[in-house]
Design a protein around this ligand. Sequence first.
Ligand SMILES: O=C(CCC1CCCC1)NO
Ligand SMILES: [Zn+2]
Length: 366
Amino acid sequence: MTTGYVYHEIFGWHDTGTHAGLFPSNPAAGLQPLVHVENAETKRRLHELLVVSGLADQLVRLAPRAATEEEILRVHDRAHLDRVRAESLLPKGGDAGDGLSPFGQGAYEIAALAAGGAIVAVDAVLDGVVDNAYALVRPPGHHAEPQTGMGFCIFGNVAVAVRHAMAARGIERVAVLDWDVHHGNGTQKAFYADPDVLTISLHQDDVFPPRSGYRDERGEGAGLGSAVNVPLPAGSGDGAYLYAMDTVVVPALRAFEPQLVLVASGFDASAMDPMARQMVTSEGYRALTERLLDTAADLCGGRVVMSHEGGYNPSYVPFCGLAVIEAMAGVRTLDDPFLPIVSGFAGQDLQPHQREAVDAARSLLK
Ligand SMILES: O=C(CCC1CCCC1)NO
Ligand SMILES: [Zn+2]
């Protein structure tokens, strides 16, 4: 398989500041300065592992381009775009819209490059330059809604790429699988009434955004049934995620018959992530990817594009990302040194309450 790879060092220059958004430094309250949890390090280390492992040499490097205003406005309101661009001109930047997502000067251009990076990956797959592609972009996008950024996301990178595939490339049916541990609310909202875009989100139940991603969020109007949510209990590991993949995601994709599949690929469901409480291992992510690629091979010539979202452990995200991109390229390089530890955690296999949660989601499939 030929796999495209989008990355640019400037993604590491997106400045999210020295406080965690939620807890700005406040000496009187005992809050010391803290590098924002969404920082460059984790993505940079994934990129460097791809290079050092030799996998990067087996990928087709794709240069990102900036998404145009027109492309961003297919998803977002003019007011949101203009506000981000205006605050991005300020020496101390601004915030994506929820007060938790600070950005520095120049953030507009970097966020436009992230969305454009997802577009470039889609074009390379649709043009047959590569079979599939991974866009290691930053800032992430899946929480950004049409009117506002949210949860460290400025523009909906995946949503912008979906709209590009449909409006500019004539694709009629697109499926989005979001396996970031947090609900893909932004992507869901962009297409909630659209029967031609299937959004599927696997996420830890009720973590972020608060009270979002419940099973009964299934779409509206003509889009009813085109949103699928699989909230998983805290502690869900490889067994639960693969059961959800096999019994909900794959059947939903087969019923929808997409012409293109995008993945909002976050690694914060991993066993070592600070921002949630799941237990997925690198081999779990590899297996999820292999199942998705097998399904996409049957449905849409294997056309799969992944766009990077969350994932905050700088030691483990690199090995999770390596496993996914190895599966996409059909090669193996370095073993995950953490695997013996995390795969040994009790509860990696499917637990009864996790089976119940997945079965409840499956019962709502149309
Ligand atoms: O990884 C993320 C960011 C989640 C955080 C945003 C504010 C608190 C939790 N979203 O996918
Ligand atoms: Zn996340």
